[in-house]
Design a protein around this ligand. Structure first.
Ligand SMILES: Nc1ncnc2c1ncn2[C@@H]1O[C@H](COP(=O)(O)OP(=O)(O)OP(=O)(O)O)[C@@H](O)[C@H]1O
Ligand SMILES: [Mg+2]
Length: 278
């Protein structure tokens, strides 16, 4: 069967490998945060996703890995309703109607480059997220200020509150976008390559931070990462994508050199300390 045959990593028994925090496996599906069935997406005449199936359990920190162009961003966009699939089904936080679930989801896209003319400060930008602050430009509420400050401090960017959004560095902007995504206390946080704008010395701390937020807030987190050492340390489940789900399992299972070698033609044991195997 070759490329996609890593059957020992796939269902039906994969929940056996979850840490005991997730052992309360519920066959009704109530513990599933995201369910994708036989998803097909074509872009520009090219078949990008070719029958993707995945089931993300609530409370997990799930890493989505795969080479450039393997459809990771396309899959996440389909999950949050930004990309219409050709065929297939997405269920988000128990809803077939994705729009209905979106208020409970925080999504940080891979690329968000604010235009130079984007004149809002970080504080004003974040206030847009909070319903109670819709008249906030004229009327600052102390509670709101406190809440923004607490969330900014959690991401270590509290000193940036009055800076213009357009003047932030890539890494600072990523963190502010995560604060934006967290402000509504989502049940599910989706991060598409959260370290794209973070330089490598800052990267480890950044992933540790995401790990802490995941534990403290008891969130489900899905993140795209090319950093396998991060995946080892923080992910409870891993999906490897290449147009289809090539393999899934615990980090140890998916990083198994044979499985990924089979999938990507790479010797992962030579790479996983380096961080960017793809
Ligand atoms: N709007 C588009 N029109 C045509 N093709 C597209 C479009 N968006 C993406 N693609 C193609 O779809 C494929 C999957 O892209 P996608 O961005 O989902 O990959 P990815 O796994 O997120 O890659 P990366 O690791 O580089 O972020 C690529 O071949 C890409 O060129
Ligand atoms: Mg991408």
């Amino acid at each position: 069967m070759g490329l996609f045959s890593a059957s020992h990593l796939t269902y039906p028994n994969s929940h056996r490998f979850l840490s005991h925090a997730y052992k309360a496996y519920n066959h009704t599906g109530a513990d599933i945060a995201v369910s994708v069935r036989d998803l097909h997406v074509s872009l520009g005449g090219q078949s990008v996703l070719r029958g993707v199936n995945l089931h993300l359990h609530r409370g997990q920190l799930v890493a989505l890995i795969g080479p450039n162009g393997s459809g990771k961003t396309t899959l996440l966009r389909a999950v949050v309703g930004l990309q219409k699939p050709d065929t297939g089904e997405v269920r988000l936080l128990g809803e077939n109607n994705i729009q209905k679930a979106l208020p409970r989801v925080g999504y940080v896209p891979q690329r968000f480059v604010p235009d130079r003319s984007f004149i809002l400060s970080v504080r004003e930008f974040l206030a847009l997220r909070l319903r109670e602050t819709q008249s906030w430009f004229w009327h600052r509420h102390r509670d709101t200020d406190d809440r923004l400050m607490a969330d900014m401090a959690e991401l270590g960017v509290e000193s940036l509150l009055d800076r213009p959004i357009a003047a932030l560095s890539g890494g600072q902007l990523q963190r502010v976008l995560i604060v934006f995504a967290l402000l509504k206390r989502p049940e599910l946080l989706i991060l598409d390559e959260p370290t794209a704008g973070v330089d490598s010395p800052g990267e480890k701390t950044f992933y540790d931070l995401i790990g802490e937020i995941h534990r403290r807030r008891k969130l489900t987190v899905v993140l795209v990462s090319h950093d396998l050492s991060m995946v080892y340390r923080h992910a409870s489940w891993v999906y490897a994508l290449n147009g289809v789900v090539c393999c899934e399992g615990s980090p140890e299972q998916v990083m198994n050199a044979d499985a990924l070698k089979e999938t990507y033609g790479l010797n992962i044991s030579q790479h996983h300390h380096i961080g960017h195997p793809f």
